[in-house]
Write a protein that binds this ligand. Structure first.
Ligand code: C2E
Ligand code: MG
Ligand code: MG
Ligand code: MG
Length: 284
């Protein structure tokens, strides 16, 4: 009897596994189709200078408008795209689209998330150079957001690539800072310009007592190393007040603005050349 139920159990898992593989295959096909059909699009979340309360740049965030399933968030398809390799053509398209958009935003920079898989692409540096040339965007207005995954494999090659990017004027941000295994040694070894404090630390600000000293320590580290620090995921006025008091350079979060369409960003830039967080909050 137990044997039977054991086998039943097994075939249940086998069936479930099979479903999972089938679904991934289907999603991969859909992804390939959506890439050519134009079902991916970008939103841009403003990032503000904390003191001046002005928008300085935006972060490009990819979205998938799946024809049958509706909108799928990036956390549900980026890992699959990394597995099936489609992150490379998708990432190329993201970089191109973001640079093209920012080239029309006189002075507002754009930040693009780069997957470790894209970073491994031997043509990556050339692709960035081509994007800048095609769009006419100044390198200084492009920032690449990198997580520690990029730096884990071949550190020497990573440093080479990062230095080539920096030679074009491109800025480098360490995304999700504080969540990795050895963030500190990365700061020592790699030429970053910006630290982005992970949202988990910011959401604890004002609710967990340990959060503020941790954020303050990261801010102190940034100051000592001459790096700009951005807080992501700012949702409350209390968090904003604490980050302002502690001299965090830049802030990003739903309190100031959710990610917006390219048209909306262009409109904001044209209408109000000097956008304050408060003003954007009212118009968004
Ligand atoms: P990330 O790069 O750390 O991006 C920040 C995420 O936090 C975005 O989620 C953004 O919408 C969200 N966020 C910003 N402010 C707030 C806030 O105040 N509260 C809350 N709850 N969330 C906030 P999103 O767009 O869902 O992206 C999630 C992750 O997916 C990104 O994390 C990034 O790792 C990845 N991703 C998004 N777009 C791209 C892309 O174009 N390429 C690659 N390779 N990865 C991407
Ligand atoms: Mg990011
Ligand atoms: Mg982040
Ligand atoms: Mg994050």
């Amino acid at each position: 009897r137990s044997k039977q139920s054991g086998r039943g159990q097994f075939s249940y898992f086998a069936a479930e596994m099979n479903d999972k593989i089938m679904l991934q295959r289907k999603m991969t096909e859909d992804m390939r189709h959506s890439l050519t059909a134009g079902h991916f699009f970008l939103e841009y979340q403003p990032r503000f200078d904390t003191r001046a309360r002005q928008m300085r740049s935006v972060e490009a965030l990819v979205r998938w408008a799946h024809p049958e399933r509706g909108r799928i968030p990036p956390c549900d398809f980026i890992p699959l795209a990394e597995q099936n390799g489609l992150i490379v053509p998708l990432g190329d398209w993201i970089l191109d689209t973001a640079c093209e958009a920012a080239a029309n935003w006189s002075g507002i920079g754009v930040s693009v998330n780069v997957s470790p898989v894209q970073f491994r692409d031997t043509k990556f540096v050339d692709k960035v150079r081509d994007c800048l040339r095609r769009s006419g965007l100044k390198g200084e207005l492009l920032e690449l957001e990198i997580t520690e995954g990029v730096l884990l494999e071949d550190a020497e090659r990573a440093i080479e690539v990062l230095n080539e990017l920096k030679a074009m004027g491109v800025k480098l941000a360490m995304d999700d800072f504080g969540t990795g295994y050895s963030s500190l040694s990365y700061l020592r070894n790699f030429p970053f310009d910006v630290i982005k404090i992970d949202r988990s630390f910011i959401s604890d600000l004002g609710t967990r007592e340990s959060a503020r000293p941790i954020v303050q320590a990261i801010l102190g580290l940034g100051r000592a190393l001459g790096l700009s620090v951005t807080a992501e995921g700012v949702e409350t006025n209390e968090q904003l007040a604490l980050l302002t008091a502690d001299h965090c350079s830049e802030i990003q979060g739903f309190l100031m603005s959710r990610p917006l369409s390219q048209a909306k960003i262009s409109e904001l830039i044209e209408k109000v050349p000097e956008i304050t967080g408060e003003a954007l909050l009212q118009t968004a």
